[in-house]
Design a protein around this ligand. Structure first.
Ligand code: SF4
Length: 321
C-alpha cells in the first residue's frame, strides 16, 4: 500500500486515540482511526475537558436545558458550570488550527458529541438530543469543516462521505494558500463538477452559473459563497441513482472509443451497481480503464475528482451500501 507523503491534518477527540482522558480515567480507542486513518491523517488530538482544567478522573457533566439555554453542568453539583469554558475552547481551537481539514468526535459526549447528545431538564429527566458544547462552538466558528462521530464511521456510506469531504476541503485550503484567483476557482470547479453532480444537481447548476459570472464580482465574496454551497451540497452521501446518472454522463466521453461489446459491459456494470449487485468501484474501474487506454483524448474526465476523490487504497467504494 502506498501511503501519502503529506498527511492531512484532522482534529480528533483524544480519547479515540486510546488516551485515558475520560472522566473515569478510561479511553474510547477507535481502531479504524488509529490503524487505518492514521496512515492518511495527521491527527491533532484535543480533549476539551482536560484542556479547560477539569483533570482526570473528574466528575461527569451533562447538558441541561435552563429555559432554552443549554448548559454543561456537573451531574452531581449543578452549581459547577463548564459551558463558557467549553464554548471558548471550541472557538479558540478553531482559531488556532485553521489548517485542520476535519474533526472526528466521540459520540454522546456533552463536550465533543455532535449528533444526539442527551439533553436533560434540571430535574434529571431527558427531554431531547443536542450537540456537545465544544463541538457546537467549533462548528459555529468554522461551518465548512467536515465533522463526523467515530461511531458513524462504521457506516460505509457515512465513512466514504466524510473522508471525501475532508479531501475536498483540503484541496480548497491548498487553493486558498496558493492564492484565490478566478482561474484557480474555475479549475477547482472544473475538476469537482461530476463529484458535485453526484450529490446535488441543483447546486451543480447554481455553481456553474456562479463560475460563468466570476469576473463580475468581488473574488473573495465569490470564493466564500462558492465553497459554502459546495461543502453543503456534498454533506450527505448520494443515492445510487445519482451516481448512475454521473457514470452515464462520463460514459458519453467514450462514444468514439468503445465498441458495442465494451459499451454493453459498461452499461451492465452501471446497472449492477444500481441494483446493489456490485459496489461503485466496479463501474468506476471500468470507466478509468477505458479513459486510460486513450488518455491523450480523455484528460478532462481523468482529471475529475469524482473518479479519485481520495487515495484508492482506502477502498471506500468497495462496499455495497
Ligand atoms: S469525549 Fe472529548 S472531552 Fe470527553 S474524554 Fe473524549 S476527548 Fe475528552
Amino acid at each position: 500500500m502506498s501511503i501519502p507523503e503529506r498527511k492531512i491534518p484532522v482534529a480528533i477527540s483524544r480519547c479515540l486515540l486510546g488516551d485515558n482522558v475520560r472522566y473515569n480515567g478510561d479511553h474510547k480507542h477507535n481502531r479504524f482511526c488509529t490503524s487505518v486513518l492514521a496512515d492518511y491523517f495527521e491527527f491533532v488530538p484535543t480533549c476539551p475537558e482536560v484542556e479547560i482544567g477539569m483533570g482526570v478522573p473528574r466528575k461527569p457533566i451533562r447538558l441541561v436545558d435552563l429555559d432554552g439555554d443549554i448548559r454543561a453542568l456537573e451531574t452531581d453539583d449543578a452549581s459547577k458550570d463548564y459551558t463558557d469554558a467549553l464554548t471558548e475552547k471550541g472557538a479558540s481551537f478553531t482559531q488556532s488550527h485553521k489548517q485542520i481539514c476535519g474533526f472526528i468526535a466521540t459520540p454522546n459526549s456533552p463536550s465533543c458529541g455532535v449528533f444526539g447528545v442527551k439533553l436533560y431538564l434540571p430535574n434529571g429527566n431527558p427531554i431531547n438530543k443536542t450537540e456537545g458544547r465544544f463541538s457546537a462552538a467549533l462548528r459555529k466558528a468554522n461551518p465548512l469543516l467536515p465533522v463526523e462521530e467515530s461511531g458513524r464511521l462504521n457506516d460505509a456510506g457515512l465513512r466514504e462521505n466524510f473522508i471525501m469531504r475532508v479531501y475536498t476541503y483540503q484541496r480548497w485550503l491548498a487553493l486558498k494558500e496558493a492564492g484565490i484567483t478566478p482561474s484557480a476557482i474555475i479549475n477547482f470547479h472544473s475538476r469537482h463538477k461530476y463529484l458535485l453532480m453526484s450529490h446535488n444537481y441543483n447546486a451543480y447548476k447554481a455553481l456553474g452559473r456562479m463560475i460563468a459570472d466570476i469576473g463580475s464580482s468581488d473574488i473573495e465574496l465569490i470564493a466564500d459563497e462558492y465553497i459554502q454551497t459546495l461543502m453543503s451540497a456534498i454533506s450527505a452521501p448520494p443515492e445510487r441513482g445519482k451516481h448512475c446518472n454521473v457514470l452515464q454522463h462520463l460514459m458519453g466521453y467514450l462514444k468514439q472509443n468503445i465498441d458495442k461489446q465494451d459499451k454493453k459491459e459498461l452499461l451492465n456494470s452501471i446497472e449492477d451497481y444500481r441494483t446493489g449487485i456490485v459496489p461503485l468501484i466496479v463501474p468506476i474501474a471500468l470507466l478509468r480503464h477505458h479513459f486510460e487506454r486513450s488518455s491523450d483524448q480523455h484528460q478532462y474526465p481523468l482529471n475529475q475528482f469524482y473518479l479519485a476523490p481520495y487515495p484508492h487504497e482506502l477502498g471506500l467504494r468497495s462496499h455495497i451500501h
